[in-house]
Design a protein around this ligand. Structure first.
Ligand code: GLC
Length: 634
């Protein structure tokens, strides 16, 4: 049962697509105050588990920390961080009488979940203008499914998107991309996509291709496709300010960029230098921005990743001006004791809250200051693309995912979880985040496997890929300047081949599971507690996940480990996928086990009474031969 409450004058985010009548009065859960801003506080039972928040830091159970929905470009996802790239305001209080809450509010919102006071759940935001949905159900899983129904069906990618993708910031020329293809094909490591980071463009200008490096881009796209590989370019939010660049000139002329208070176009520096942000919250501007994807689609491109769409700002002219005046004062006063403060000022230039108050969106004829709707930018940039695809090629499915997001965007594309690091702790964070993302509708998702920043080690890449076998988006991506981490860069490449091949052996099963989850508003990844609600031990397991109705995964995420402890809530068949299309099986009884897992193995636990289809590996999704299917399980 779902009840909808309205406070003040909410902004229509279009996160919820089902029509629900609004209730009078206040919900029966928690104390609500709408006097100074909005706040809801609820006393939790000691045993209540709090699920949700999608792309957020820390565990599956969100208790014990404070999270802030405020889409942020921050590449240091350390434990102390409260905000990441997405804003997903849905939580479930799972206890005696479970209920879910969705706060449809597009600006900054704080979820203090037993952080200030251990038994108090306190949700607050600056203005009391929002919709609050309260969902009652049998249990957390049931509540999630009800929520998923009202926000509409999740995005479905094309089948090739279930293959393996290789990416690295720094591939520039056709030759660079060709070498990646060769590195995989020559070593018989399957590959379906190579991602094109910002260097494919002409001076980082959206919807351009560097002509020197790609004299005939359409031909290049075709050549790769003949080898079974799609090129997937990045699109950034900021449009470079440059005379003669048609996207910029058109946007200025039509008034489609975000404006300052005085009506001039707001400028912010990102990779291309100064840019303007397309006003994707304005319907016409959104259509206009989306229409430009056609330039690449016409050259054979079938997928995109949308980036820097929090939107990320390195600095603004206003910010620089303020910094300079601070520096002049700093030098004049000879204040060498406040060097730290100076450092903070310089650091504070990027993604500053002040800048987000300096520009406006034009929505239905009204100017809306950006900070009031900040969390909707990435959502609407991706919506621009998704809506445009329907017009450009109505019968085609495109691969599309975004860095920043809000609930509602899950209908248009997936997400990747941004700039993680090559740290074991981030492999664990990846595992824990996946079911929470699913609760909020984001099914096609994954992290940068192997880690984006910092130098990766061989064993980390292998273990991370072994988890990536199960994430719908399986992509190895790394930052420029870090150690090369493509599968063929390391010794004993057959270990990497074995793991990536396992993905392909499981694609019929994983694709089917994904489709069922998308069609039935269900989850692909689930916490154990959702399948075994009566099992009190399962409720606390956060490093094992259920996938579909059939299997459980328990990835190894520590260095030098020979394996790991695994909890089985029921008897299961342990299948270890090894190299050369081989596997071993063993029945394990309910309870605790130490399971040895070699670096080249992928363990899968099949539930009692279930079986899964497995095929022989192929070099790309299109080459999977369904004639080779066999069933493993009970
Ligand atoms: C951002 C993206 C990252 C990309 C880089 C360069 O940091 O998150 O994935 O490689 O920009 O485009």
């Amino acid at each position: 049962m779902i009840k909808k409450y309205v406070f003040g004058n909410p902004f229509e985010t279009e996160a919820v697509v089902e029509k629900i009548k609004t209730e009078r009065g206040l919900p029966e859960y928690g104390d609500i105050s709408a006097e100074k801003g909005f706040s809801l506080s609820y006393i939790m039972e000691e045993t209540d588990i709090i699920y949700g928040l999608g792309e957020a830091n820390r565990g599956i159970n969100k208790r014990g920390y404070r999270y802030i929905s405020n889409c942020t470009d921050d590449p240091n996802h350390t434990e102390d961080k409260s905000s990441l790239y997405g804003a997903h305001n849905f939580i479930v209080v799972s206890g005696e009488k479970p209920f879910g809450l969705f706060f449809d509010y597009p600006s900054k919102m704080t979820f203090d979940i037993g952080y200030t006071k251990s038994e108090v759940l306190a949700v607050s935001c600056g203005s009391a203008d929002l919709y609050l949905y309260v969902i009652e159900g049998k249990n957390a899983y049931d509540i999630v499914k009800q929520f998923r129904k009202i926000i509409g069906k999740s995005y479905i990618p094309p089948k090739f998107a279930f293959g393996f993708g290789q990416s690295r910031w720094g591939y520039k020329t056709k030759e660079d991309f060709w070498n990646v293809l060769k590195g995989h094909r020559e070593n018989h490591i399957p590959l379906d996509m190579i991602y094109m980071d910002i260097d494919y463009m002409q001076n980082y200008k959206d919807f351009t291709v560097n002509e020197e490096n790609f004299p005939d881009f359409a031909e290049t796209v075709r050549e790769f496709k003949e080898e079974g590989v799609r090129l997937i370019p990045i699109i950034d939010a900021g449009v470079k300010m440059e005379e003669g660049y048609s996207v910029y000139e058109e946007g200025v002329e039509k008034g489609y960029f975000c404006k300052r208070g005085d009506g001039s176009d707001f400028a912010a520096a990102v990779w291309p230098g100064y840019t303007h942000f397309p006003d994707v919250l304005n319907r016409e501007a959104r259509e206009w921005f989306g229409s430009h994807y056609k330039f690449l689609i016409d050259q054979g491109i079938e997928g995109f990743w949308n980036d820097m769409n929090e939107p990320a700002i390195f600095y603004s002219p206003e910010g620089i001006k303020e910094l300079k005046s601070y520096m002049r004062e700093f030098i004049r006063a000879e204040k060498d004791t406040s060097l730290w403060e100076l450092g903070d000022k310089v650091q504070g230039l990027a993604n500053s809250a002040d800048d987000y108050k300096r520009f406006y969106h034009c929505i239905d004829g009204k100017m809306v200051r950006h900070d009031k709707v900040h969390n909707l930018y990435g959502y609407n940039m991706t919506r621009a693309a998704g809506e445009a695809f329907k017009k450009i090629a109505p019968d085609k499915e495109f691969l599309l995912f975004s860095r920043s997001s809000y609930i509602g965007m899950h209908r248009y594309g997936g997400i990747w979880t941004g700039d993680n690091k090559s740290w074991w702790s981030h492999l664990l964070l990846n595992i824990k985040m996946m079911p929470s993302l699913n609760m909020c509708g984001f099914l096609y998702s994954g992290a940068d496997l192997g880690g984006f920043g910092a130098d990766a080690t061989r064993d980390l890449v292998l273990r991370w890929l072994a988890f990536g076998v199960f994430t719908p988006l399986m992509r190895n991506h790394a930052a420029v300047g870090t150690r090369k981490q493509e599968a063929y860069q390391f010794e004993n490449r057959d270990d990497f081949r074995g793991i990536i091949e396992t993905r392909y052996r499981l694609i019929p099963y994983l694709y089917d599971t994904y489709m069922k989850a998308a069609e039935e508003n269900d989850m692909y990844f689930k916490p154990l507690a959702f399948e075994y609600p009566e099992d009190s031990f399962a409720a606390g397991v956060e490093d094992q996940l259920m996938i579909g109705q059939e299997i459980m995964t328990a990835p190894v995420y520590t260095q030098n480990a020979k394996g790991r402890y695994v909890y089985l809530p029921e008897e299961m068949m342990l299948v270890k996928f090894t190299k050369d299309n081989c596997y071993t099986t063993e029945i394990l009884e309910k309870g605790h086990h130490y399971v040895e897992v070699a670096l080249y193995e992928v363990p899968v636990f099949i539930r009692k009474g279930k079986r899964i289809p497995v095929v022989r590996a192929a070099q790309c999704v299109e080459m999977i031969d369904m004639q080779t299917v066999e069933y493993i399980g009970y």
